[in-house]
Design a protein around this ligand. Sequence first.
Ligand code: AVJ
Length: 334
Amino acid sequence: MSPAASPAAFLQIDEQLARAVRTGLGSRPKMLPPWLFYDQAGSELFEQITELPEYYLTRTERAILERRAGEMIALAAGDGRLRFTELGAGSAEKTRVLMRAALARQNGLVFEAVDVSATALLAARARIEREIPGVKVRLLEMDYTNGFELDACEEGERRLVLYIGSSIGNFEQEEAARILRRVRKQLDEGDGLLLGVDLVKDEAALLAAYDDAAGVTAAFNKNVLVRINRELGADFDLARFNHRAVWNATMSRMEMHLESCAGQRVRFAALDWEVEFSAGETIHTENSYKYRPGDAEAMLAEAGFACAGTWTDQRGWFEGCLGRAEEQGTGNRE
Ligand code: AVJ
């Protein structure tokens, strides 16, 4: 098809987004990948979620870090200097606790922030460099799930990869394992990976965290439709989709869906495409896996890390686990 034949060829469309939408909404059940949430508005909504009374994850993990950062950093650093690399850094709000602990042991700290949201990264750098003297922020705008390459550390420096906030919970077991193995391949023996995972708890607490009273999570979920309307010239009517949060006990995950409240047809001008929805049909927009004690250690071990420490809160709702990169075998696993 020549560009002129496309009704919306003038729209500068993001090919990755177009592909994700075509694939996800063209399949049954319909789904969309969670990275689509994080445009500027979505990143801001996520920041609001982290402050909701129902969303215990951020608060609980921060409390663990506040109590244990010194210990974590000492274990990760050994007798070397640390460099931080955070996957899905976002605002890197909680990371500041770890930065301060590192700066109590060493002069200066390089912080490499990896994220798909450029606006979130720029805001994080401005704030961190203004408020925590000694931290040098490097921005890496990329989707770490597609693999990535990191610069080598300097002599005497150890890298500590931060993969916190239960970000790994968005991925199926296989994909999560692949991400951790790829991280391991970028590290040297003795480098660290701090993994933060949300734990299984009573269903009511989980449901509330993903369906808050103020409706912020609903807005976050629906924002994906707002984004598709804007970027692909689609005509989703937000009033005709409902936010749904479901606990899937069999799969040990919270799921978010957008449920079509009527039979309807949605048009995507930029794709010259239409999709039908039946009443009650859903778009599955996110999985958030919840783990059991021992799961994080097992995932780390499988990827080539020895567990150097595990920390949790009094309720046992969230867990941080520090893996130390072990000597790598010659086996070429991906
Ligand atoms: C950023 C993936 C950890 O799964 O809890 C918040 C995203 N989704 N509310 C999570 C999210 C709904 C969050 N993660």
